[in-house]
Write a protein that binds this ligand. Structure first.
Ligand code: FAD
Length: 308
């Protein structure tokens, strides 16, 4: 059994493990895929103090850093159930798809999130080669180019406003006949000269030349007519899905969007169970933020252990 068991091996989980291990307590990390979303990222230019790196390089560095400590790393383990302690101060249990089960006095849930994909031809093929999901991360890579933003909710409209200051032209494509973003954002969007909004349009394909994105095809829903626009980038902004399906049925309190609710020390609604990173309600999903949150949750867990 562990003092701290971290579930998830992305930036939040790695930071939690290092902070916990440095307290000299029994620490384990179980992850489906050590490295997390960082493994799917190409250029990273906003990891403060590192001017430029690549996802797989950062993921390897995370694992290397964790391995400097006495931490049990259990990779390729997918958690399927959380059984919280029956009594205060008791052990929590995490069950895995492999049939294994681990017990720990405290848990840090850091299972991250995934971007909702459109599921159209070309999207997967050109991921990181013109198809992007994070404007804060990849916006500057499209400086002076033409991009589309898919999705007219708050995140899509925010992305379009953000990108309009960097790129040559932005086309925002919304499936419904109206944008769903807050009025103040829509007003700001409408004031920008290099943004075109297309409503009632269903994206059908991301086109490319075999190396990079060069266009986007959509269908006008009213007429059924297909149209293609030439561009260099497509930002998909149709939602971020927290990896909390495995917590459904557990007493861990989730928000309406399925994100884990935590307090200022990163503790969830269950004493001794903490959470950090993209899986929580904390806004602005970024690597440095996930690491900060992970460190905080580990310190919170340590604090909890010495008091109970
Ligand atoms: P994740 O990285 O999602 O890690 C979650 C971990 O939990 C993984 O190990 C996963 O395998 C594991 N897991 C999930 N479910 C289970 C389960 N049931 N059981 C066990 N383990 C499980 N941020 C930046 O700051 N800069 C960038 O340039 C940048 N670029 C990005 C580019 C792309 C394409 C993407 C997708 C994201 C990018 N981000 C960027 C966002 C950043 O990657 C995330 O904010 C960060 O990885 C969140 O860390 P996390 O540890 O909370 O979650």
């Amino acid at each position: 059994t562990f003092d701290v068991l971290v579930v998830g091996g992305g930036p939040a989980g790695a930071a939690s493990a290092i902070y916990a291990a440095r307290k000299g307590i029994r620490t384990g990390v179980a992850a489906e895929r050590f490295g997390g979303q960082v493994l799917d990222t190409l250029a990273i230019e906003n990891f403060i103090s590192v001017q430029e790196t690549e996802g797989p390089k950062l993921a390897a560095a995370l694992e290397e850093h964790v391995k400097q400590y006495d931490v049990d790393i259990m990779n390729l383990q997918r958690a399927v159930e959380l059984v919280s302690a029956a009594r205060p101060g008791g052990e929590h249990e995490v069950r895995f798809a492999s049939g294994a089960s681990l017990k720990s006095r405290t848990l840090i849930l850091a299972t991250g999130a995934r971007w909702r994909q459109m599921g159209v031809p070309g999207e997967e093929e050109y991921r990181n080669r013109g198809v992007a999901y994070c404007p804060h991360c990849d916006g500057p890579l499209f400086k002076g180019k033409r991009v589309a933003v898919i999705g007219g909710g708050n995140s899509g409209v925010e992305a379009a406003i953000d990108l309009a200051g960097l790129v040559a032209e932005v086309t925002l494509i919304e499936f419904m006949d109206e944008l769903r973003a807050d009025a103040v954002l829509q007003k700001k969007l409408a004031s920008l000269p290099n943004v075109t909004v297309i409503k009632g349009a269903k994206t059908t394909e991301v086109k490319g030349d075999g190396t990079r994105v060069n266009g986007l095809t959509f269908e006008e829903r009213a007429t059924g007519e297909a149209r293609t626009i030439d561009l260099e980038g497509v930002f998909v902004q149709i939602g971020l899905v927290p990896n909390t399906e495995w917590l459904e049925g557990s007493p861990v309190e989730l928000s309406g969007r399925g994100e884990i609710i935590t307090d200022e020390r990163g503790m969830t609604s269950i004493p001794g169970v903490f959470a950090a990173g993209d899986v929580t309600t904390v806004p602005y999903k970024q690597i440095v933020i996930a690491m900060g949150e992970g460190s905080r949750a580990a310190l919170g867990a340590f604090d909890h252990l010495i008091r109970s």
